[in-house]
Design a protein around this ligand. Structure first.
Ligand code: FAD
Ligand code: NAP
Length: 504
């Protein structure tokens, strides 16, 4: 029906949740216009800027998402517009006036606060999110490079100590990237400017990097998954160390029940027990060592010069509670995290001095991302969880006389779940939208200027799909890549991306 004005839908954020929401809406609302807006000139959120560069099979999901935006010339109505920061470049109110439905899928772009750890603002401490964004070439995180370079300065004996706080997969990603050799990272899409700083390799036989990954609970409660853990045990030039005494401490009656009842926990227990027997620490000639430490809660970042991190004081914890909900309780025993090789249980046996100190190069805090409220969403923001309050994706109380407002992905449910989790999540939001549109008393909004024209009219420079494709092609070009295996050499500067994207 030529008179039918199809629904107009805006999706804010082009990460997995935005793309899956677009995909399922498109399949159900044929002929509707769906515009996906992102604040970056490039799409796909954490697939590009979070997923580890050495997991190319995961990043391949980009190929599926590409097909959504291809072929706009054939009356295809799904558009990508990058370099558009909703809340700043265009307000949420403006969007809601232009579209029948707005879906917020802008992810979690902040950190779970860690100011409960004393001195959390010392130099040498970064959130894992900042570190990950930087090694993935995110255009807003160039500033991290000089800090990492400074932090990775060797001690006079050629050693480097890095502590990663948290036992999730992001923590393991950080540890693995730091422990891999240049040869292992060369065929990945890690940005060259980051590889050159992270690279530990020279022929200096004395050089040794130690990465300690510490968590407040035991090995049975780790938030990491077995595949990611196994990768850490199989690195070319890194030893993986687990302390048998810490595994024992974590084997409470409740943990034994968790091991017995849950297959992945059982496999995790076996893998770590085997690793604790087979690793002999310092007898290795390998360049890096990864220590996975349990039942340690960081309580203070310490400094000797008043400005930079020297070591971390951790409190030994014990597990309390029932199987499936055990928590970490402080024991009062302190340890200054010592990232030296410690497989002989000497720290556990030796009670005095109770606090040991060792110069640390760097700490990465990996205790989770957190969603923020962009302007216009404050009324629906749940500060504690960092999400927008919703019921099956419908933002509560948002209806007013404007179109419906919905949410999808990490912003809807919090910063957990893999890419695939966003499929069922997006379907849930799409079902709410379809339900509302079917029973809607409103008609589709009248055609107005396109969002592209509106943004141009404001003097802004949105990047359309063809613009992104120019950036993509340049990143993949042979003369840019380090070698034939590297999928792409990312352009890490927004200005440089825009220069290409806007040159038609
Ligand atoms: P995001 O992917 O964060 O997308 C949000 C998008 O919104 C971004 O593109 C952002 O630029 C945009 N945006 C933000 N603010 C605005 C604004 N104001 N206006 C317009 N746009 C805005 N899952 C796996 O399956 N395998 C893995 O190996 C894996 N590795 C991961 C590694 C890391 C470090 C992290 C943090 C997560 C990883 N995940 C992995 C999980 C996966 O990345 C998430 O499940 C998924 O990205 C969440 O999707 P999202 O769309 O909700 O958020
Ligand atoms: P996560 O899985 O939620 O892990 C967070 C870690 O931080 C947990 O070990 C948690 O310990 C700890 N923590 C939280 N608050 C703390 C506090 N106050 N003090 C001390 N420790 C604290 O988060 P993530 O690692 O950021 O990962 C986010 C999501 O992305 C996850 O779903 C993950 O699976 C996914 N992801 C997947 C992959 C992959 O598939 N390869 C890679 C990366 C990320 P407690 O358990 O004790 O709370």
């Amino acid at each position: 029906n030529p008179d039918f004005d199809p629904w107009k839908i805006a999706i804010v954020g082009s990460g997995p949740s935005g793309c899956y929401t677009a995909k399922y809406l498109n399949s159900k609302l044929e002929g509707s216009q769906i515009d996906v807006l992102d604040r970056l000139p490039t799409p796909y959120g954490l697939v590009r800027n979070g997923v580890a560069p050495d997991h190319p099979e995961v990043k391949n999901v980009e190929n599926d998402f590409d097909t959504l935006f291809e072929g706009n010339d054939d009356g295809h109505n799904l558009n990508f517009y990058g370099n558009v920061k909703v809340g700043t470049d265009i307000s949420l109110k403006e969007l809601r006036e232009m579209y029948d439905v707005v879906v917020l899928a802008y992810g979690c772009e902040s950190d779970k606060p860690f100011d409960f750890i004393k001195n959390s603002n010392l130099e040498g401490i970064l959130s894992a999110r900042e570190f990950v964004s930087w090694y993935n070439g995110h255009v807003d995180y160039e500033w991290v490079g000089p800090l990492v370079e400074k932090a990775l300065k060797r001690n006079s004996d050629g050693s480097q100590q890095i502590v990663v706080i948290g036992h999730g997969n992001v923590a393991l990603d950080c540890a693995r990237i730091l422990a891999k050799t240049r040869e292992e990272l060369d065929p990945t899409d890690i940005a060259s400017r980051s590889l050159n700083i992270i690279d530990q390799g020279d022929d200096n036989a004395d050089f040794m990097r130690e990465v300690s990954v510490i968590g407040r609970r035991g090995h049975v409660q780790g938030a990491f998954t077995i595949k990611e853990l196994r990768e850490l045990t199989r690195l070319d030039d890194a030893t993986f160390v687990v302390r048998a005494d810490e595994l024992d401490m974590g084997r409470t009656e409740a943990s034994e029940k968790e091991i017995k009842d849950t297959r992945p926990r059982k496999r995790m227990d076996k893998l770590l027990t085997d690793a604790s027997v087979s690793t002999k620490d310092n007898d290795s000639q390998k360049k890096a060592t990864v220590h996975l430490r349990f039942l340690l809660n960081p309580v203070g970042f310490e400094t000797e010069d008043g400005s930079s991190l020297s070591h971390i004081t951790c409190e030994r914890t014990r597990l309390v509670g029932d199987a499936g909900s055990q928590s970490a309780e402080g024991t009062g025993e302190m340890e200054a995290i010592k990232a030296q090789l410690v497989s002989d249980n000497s720290l556990a046996r030796n009670a005095a001095p109770r606090v040991r100190s060792h110069i640390l190069s760097k700490a990465l805090v990996s205790i989770g991302y957190k969603g923020i409220a962009i302007p216009g969403t404050e009324g629906w923001y749940d500060e504690k969880r960092g999400v927008l309050k919703n019921t099956h994706g419908l933002i509560e109380g948002s209806k007013e006389d404007l179109g419906g407002l919905y949410v999808s992905g990490w912003l809807k449910r919090g910063p957990s779940g893999i890419i695939g989790t966003n499929i069922s999540d997006a379907k849930d939001t799409v079902a709410s939208i379809l339900h509302a549109l079917k029973s809607a008393s409103m008609d589709p909004k009248e055609r107005s200027k396109s969002v592209y024209e509106t943004l141009k009219g404001k003097g802004l420079n949105p990047v359309d799909w063809d613009g992104y494709r120019r950036v993509d092609a340049e990143e993949r070009s042979e003369n840019r890549r380090r070698n034939d295996f590297q999928p792409r050499e990312k352009i890490c500067s927004r200005d440089e991306q825009l220069k290409l994207a806007l040159s038609s």
